[in-house]
Design a protein around this ligand. Structure first.
Ligand code: 5GP
Ligand code: ZN
Length: 148
């Protein structure tokens, strides 16, 4: 069994301790219908290893779980007749995450449905964009140093 958190609702779903409408399972991952969907057919894709957010996931677990996205997207588009899908991750409370077991949302979307999307966008001003690029590049260089 992969590492689990006994208080985590998704770990309980993975273990079969509480019911869910499963749609796909592999050694590393599980996909099931969201109990409270944005649109019907809304699927949650979870790694079986418990990690609070995607940022805590191992590269291997992330790759294995994310590799199922194309297959699931194709099946969902056909099963729901959706015109598109939002594939999103809420990472942390500030981003709307409510279940602390990292997961991907696959949300069927229809032209003119009532879902409030997309988010507002605001362009950078001055040298903000360059400064932000610098800060992200610096952190990635540090992360790269840690993993090599
Ligand atoms: P988050 O807000 O953390 O990104 O997403 C958590 C999702 O899990 C929500 O969309 C919510 O409807 C779904 N959810 C919460 N509890 C359960 C459950 O017990 N079963 C299922 N199938 N979905 C759940
Ligand atoms: Zn968990």
């Amino acid at each position: 069994m992969p590492p689990r958190d006994p208080s985590c609702i998704f770990c309980k779903i993975i273990a079969g301790d509480i019911p869910s409408a499963r749609v796909f399972e592999s050694d590393s991952s599980l996909a099931f219908l969201d109990i409270n969907p944005v649109n019907q057919g809304h699927v949650l894709l979870v790694p079986k290893e418990h990690h609070a957010t995607i940022a805590d996931l191992s590269d291997e677990a992330a790759a294995e779980t994310a590799s199922l996205l194309p297959l699931l997207c194709r099946a969902l588009l056909k099963a729901t007749g959706a015109h598109g899908l939002n594939v999103i991750v809420n990472n942390g409370r500030a981003a709307g995450q409510t279940v602390d077991h990292g997961h991907w949302h696959l949300i069927p979307r229809f032209v003119d449905d009532a879902v409030n999307w997309p988010w507002p966008h605001t362009p950078y001003s001055g040298d903000e964009l360059g400064q932000m690029q610098f800060r992200v590049l610096r952190e990635l260089a540090i992360e790269g140093g840690r993993s090599s």
